[in-house]
Design a protein around this ligand. Sequence first.
Ligand SMILES: O=P(O)(O)OC[C@H]1O[C@H](O)[C@H](O)[C@@H](O)[C@@H]1O
Length: 424
Amino acid sequence: MKIDFNNVDLSNLNSYKEKSLDAFSSLMNKDGEGNDFLGWIDRPNNLDMEEYERIKKASKKIQNNSDCLVTIGIGGSYLGTKAVDYAMKGYFPKNDKTELIYAGHQISGEYLHELLDYLKEKEFSINVISKSGTTTEPAIAFRFVKELLEEKYGKEEARERIFVTTDRQKGALKDLANKEGYETFVVPDDIGGRFSVISAVGLLPLCVAGIDIDKFVAGFKKGIENYTVDSFEENKAIQYAAIRNMLNEDGKDLEVLVNYEPKLKYVSEWWKQLFAESEGKDGKGIFPVSVNNTTDLHSVGQMIQEGKRNLFETVLKVESANKDLTIMEDEENLDDLNYLAGKKMSFVNEKAMEGTIIAHVKGNVPNILLTIDDVSAESLGELFYFFEIVVGVSGYMLGVNPFNQPGVEEYKSQMFKLLGKPGY
Ligand SMILES: O=P(O)(O)OC[C@H]1O[C@H](O)[C@H](O)[C@@H](O)[C@@H]1O
């Protein structure tokens, strides 16, 4: 992974150095706010290997008896898996692997209705994922999908097809799993939802989808090597956190994560939860938004170029495309594209990216360039770990607790009141 800050005015950066190093040491020494949720820092080197082997075993079983795994969860119990699955499965996947089908990530009855119709024709299993075990969206979806599963296979076999990922000992899901004898996997106490893709939350469904989780974990380990180094000069995660805070104090209220490979769309969705829930509190925080280019250059590109100057961009570049095409010569050349004949699509995409960066920098949008080697499980693992360290340092620099999300409860209690939930 490479990170380039050449398109940011760094003249003021030195004054953020000490603060960023202090924030980094609080994170590493685990003596800052929210320090009981820092299990993710060492987790890649500390996996529960007994559970890791069970994940692989359960995956084989699911792959052997299911066309799909209905993966039920929301927020951190959804986004990391979706991000990696979507990036890795290909744009037009052949249906020769067990497919992950998502549920419980919204409350659309229309979605669930169509999903249940779809599942009637399929062999399937369920992985219900909820750290708290009480989240409304996955709980509703689980009721419906479980009912269909039991109808289809009978209660006995259905039991063998339900896999529960939740708290080690408490919560409604854990109680249900104990009662019914479902196989369970753990969301560790000291890892918050948005940091949990490295636990069974992400590893089980990703393994079922045929993704090499050893490589994914290896990417996280590479992240530990590169981004837990206690040096401002050598650690790009500390520099990035410092630069984000510098830009924020200079009036940049939004960070736009940009990609030029549509496969990365859900990596941005995962990133949004990570940064929004970690930083957006106490009236502070950089609002995370994302664009998928070049598509969005034909829509919100105008706003980035000439709208309110309160944003900066982080561009996610993929160094080498997994697949490519060479543009062909056309005798008539009515489309005037022959000047591109012999050029690769990846070359054209890269020039679009470089041209856009030049234009946006000219338009006073500071640009950070993050290059990953390729779209692979390993590169994504390293990228995720990088962002997790950045958000920890950045949140401490901002003066917030980056590891809680108290604000999320407000909509829930208002909704429960309207729904007439007892006690609200
Ligand atoms: O895994 P769960 O307990 O079901 O939580 C799922 C998600 O919902 C909550 O409301 C939080 O805001 C998220 O941080 C969390 O990832």
